[in-house]
Ligand binder design. Structure first.
Ligand code: HEM
Length: 189
């Protein structure tokens, strides 16, 4: 196998980061109630859901290939229990926290109809935490490979996209119409 598994892990890690970015941005677009005839809300939320599921799929391959590759001696438990790995315990641990949060987000979303809206939303706020944890994990643990100019450009592009989306979200959250809309939404549930 040689380096194949290691390259597979790196490639799927980078794809997962791009998918995570897309999922976060689509979540923000959805929560800002943006919709058009071409992109009705159900289509946006379907895309958000499917991209989130794809992210988890790529993360599963990312973590599995790093574990199966004997080079770093990473165990299955290290992928889900943070900071217990002998290989870069802290930086790998950040990836494990991000994965755990991601699984919690997906799990509570699949069970959404059985949970209170407040609980679902509280867990969903963790989505904002997953992204920076994943970026720091990838940049540091990726070592020399993460310093390649195209890898840096990819990270910077993802960061800019997330920054614009978050600023837009914060601005629309403080809009006077938002309070009325929130009150109407809570009243309607
Ligand atoms: C949301 C969760 C995660 C994301 C988005 C993510 C993403 C990334 C990215 C982008 C890289 C850098 C690849 C490169 O620059 O070449 C990376 C590296 C790495 N990740 Fe993750 N990761 C996550 C979770 C995990 C977990 C749970 C594990 C546990 C096995 C893990 C193991 C690794 C390892 C060992 C590397 C270093 C690969 C190398 O040195 O080339 N990651 N990750």
């Amino acid at each position: 196998m040689g380096q194949t598994l290691w390259f597979a892990s790196r490639a799927t890690g980078l794809v997962a980061l791009v998918l995570l970015t897309m999922s976060l941005v689509l979540g923000i677009v959805g929560s800002n109630r943006v919709a058009s005839v071409r992109w009705p809300r159900f289509a946006l939320s379907g895309l958000h859901r499917n991209i989130s599921l794809m992210t988890v799929l790529f993360l599963a391959v990312h973590a599995s290939s790093a574990i199966i590759d004997p080079y770093a001696g990473i165990r299955w438990v290290d992928a889900v229990v943070p900071f217990v790995s002998s290989y870069h315990p802290f930086w790998l641990g950040l990836g494990a926290v991000a994965l755990d949060l991601m699984l919690a987000l997906i799990g509570t979303s699949l069970l959404r109809t059985r949970l209170s809206h407040r609980l679902w939303r509280t867990v969903h706020w963790a989505g904002y935490l997953v992204w920076p944890l994943a970026v720091v994990h990838g940049l540091v643990i990726g070592g020399k490979d993460s310093k390649l100019s195209w890898v840096i450009s990819l990270n910077v592009t993802c960061a800019l996209v997330v920054l614009v989306a978050v600023v837009w979200r914060l601005r629309s959250a403080s809009h006077p119409d938002s309070e009325a809309r929130r009150a109407a939404t809570v009243g309607g549930r």
